[in-house]
Structure formats: structure tokens, C-alpha cells
Design a protein around this ligand. Sequence first.
Ligand SMILES: [Zn+2]
Length: 343
Amino acid sequence: MGFGSVEPSSALYDFLQKSGGCAVIDGGLATELERHGADLNDPLWSGKCLLTSPELIQRVHLDYLEAGADIIITASYQATIQGFETKGLSREASEALLRKSVEIALEARNIYYQRCKDCITDDAGNDKFFETRPILVAASVGSYGAYLADGSEYSGNYGDAVNVETLKDFHRRRVQVLAGSGADLIAFETIPNKLEAQAYAQLLGEEDINIPAWFSFNSKDGINVVSGDSLRDCVSIADSCEKVVAVGINCTPPRFIHGLILSTKEVTTKPVLVYPNSGETYDAVHKEWVVSTGVSDEGFVSYVSKWREAGASLIGGCCRTTPHTIRGIASALHKGYEGKKEK
Ligand SMILES: [Zn+2]
């Protein structure tokens, strides 16, 4: 399933319609790779697995599809050409790794479809499941702060030396490569400030990017984005960009999400997406998650119908959520699939 050459916004509406009005986004990728034993203590974070364990990335994508995700997000969040080059890789090899992040997800989708085909056919041997279960591959783009890996991903403070041109120059080639990789859309994730939203919107306008995008911001107070910039200003930038087909919030505690959906809806009519984290806080000094601060999967899932009622139409999970969380979300949205086993 791809958007092809159809007008971007109508393509997402079409996807949502085929998905029953709302769609399930997958859960945390990096933290799920870690749960399976990957050591991501590296500037590339989950991007490191593109080099060391691509098969594990594919397994996690498949686990999310089996759990009911309609959209899977690639392992390119913190995989950057600059980061790969720092490790001594050539420009060509770095770009190939970005493409590989999408290839892994596309292949997971194919494997999943094949599994469905093997088990779900009608009397005439036709696969009915494909018609009702389109799956999108979203190519992840993390922020400049995620690349810096210095905490600015969650402060949104890039200092005075960084301007919109710096950010466009930083992101340009990665966005071009990912846009040409076969992904269905680009997921600009965990956007910490207005400046970076402006840079993305300008890049989408200036470059020949032929797939749509979503913008997803993070908040630590339930009111503004993490830098303190107004969420409304940030959402308005996304709203004005015709290549942006959905806008919302990720990697933010569940308790803030309801209010953030309402604020978002005040400034855009585009579909609203939310994929909160587990609510646990990350202790950057000890490099670990403070488990006691989060919500259980049951607690997380109990919010889902309220988010849907408030107007979110794409719902999933971010850091520290798992296939179990996604299964709960799918079921809360009445989108559980028969015959899919828990891993
Ligand atoms: Zn996250």
C-alpha cells in the first residue's frame, strides 16, 4: 500500500477510511530493541541496529504488525548521514543504511501480508484481508537534538548559533534519501521547537519531496512543546504546509495527551495523531528509565477511547510501549485481529 501519485491529504483520508476511521501506529522501536537485548548506548541509538542487527529490527516491526499496528515507523530516527560519517562510513554507505531502514520495514510488511495470505482467503481463494487492512511504512526523521544526543531533544534549546538554515542543511539530504526509498510518508518525530518545524516545512516546500509527511511534537507540561514554544504556533506551521497530512504529539506522558489533542484541534483540521510514551521519565545521568513514574499498559489503554473522542484518529505508542500496549490500543479501538498470537 502506497500513496503513489494521489494528492497527499486525500490519500491519508482514504487510508483512514479504509482503516475504519482511525488507525493504529506502532509502539516504541528503540526501547523495544533494547528489551530484546540490543545495546543502544550509542549516538546512533536505534540506528546502530541497522549495522549490527537488522533482523531484530524486522522482528520488532513484525511484532507490531501482528499486534495490530497499521503504520510502522522505521529505525532511522537517530540514523543520520553525519552520524554514520563520524563512525567512518562513506557518504554512499551512510545513504544506503538510511534506505535499508525503509527496506527492512517494507520487507516486514511483505512478510506480514504473506502470512495473512497463507491463513485468510475466501472461498474463491482471494485475500480479503488486504482490502481492509492497508499498512503504511513511515520513514522516521528525528530532530537535530536527537542527533546531538545532548539532551536538547527534550529541551528544544539549540542556542543562538542554530537558525532555520542550519537545520535545513542538516536535514536536507536525509529527507531526500528517505523520500526516495519507497516509504509511504515521512514521520518527523519528537519535534522540540518551532524553529525545527519551520525548517521541515520549508524543506518540504523547496525540495522535490514526493511523499507526504506528518509532524509530531513533544511536550513536558501538557501545554507547550518542550522548548516552551506555543503548541498552537507549531501546529499552525504544520497546518499551513500542504505536504503535511497529519499532526500531533509523541513521546509525551499519557496524562497530558487529552488536553494537547484539544489544543491541536483548535488550530488544524488535519487528522490528529498521538503516540505517547509510557509516562516513565528518563534519567539522563544514569541513562535509564525510572519505572515507577509510568503507567501500566492497562492505564495507558484506558485513555484510548477518550483520545479518540477528543478527535485523535491515529493512535499508537512511543518509548517504553510494547506490542502488548499496541494490542490493547487496537482492541480499545475495536480493531483487534482474529488469530494473531501474542509474542
Ligand atoms: Zn519516544
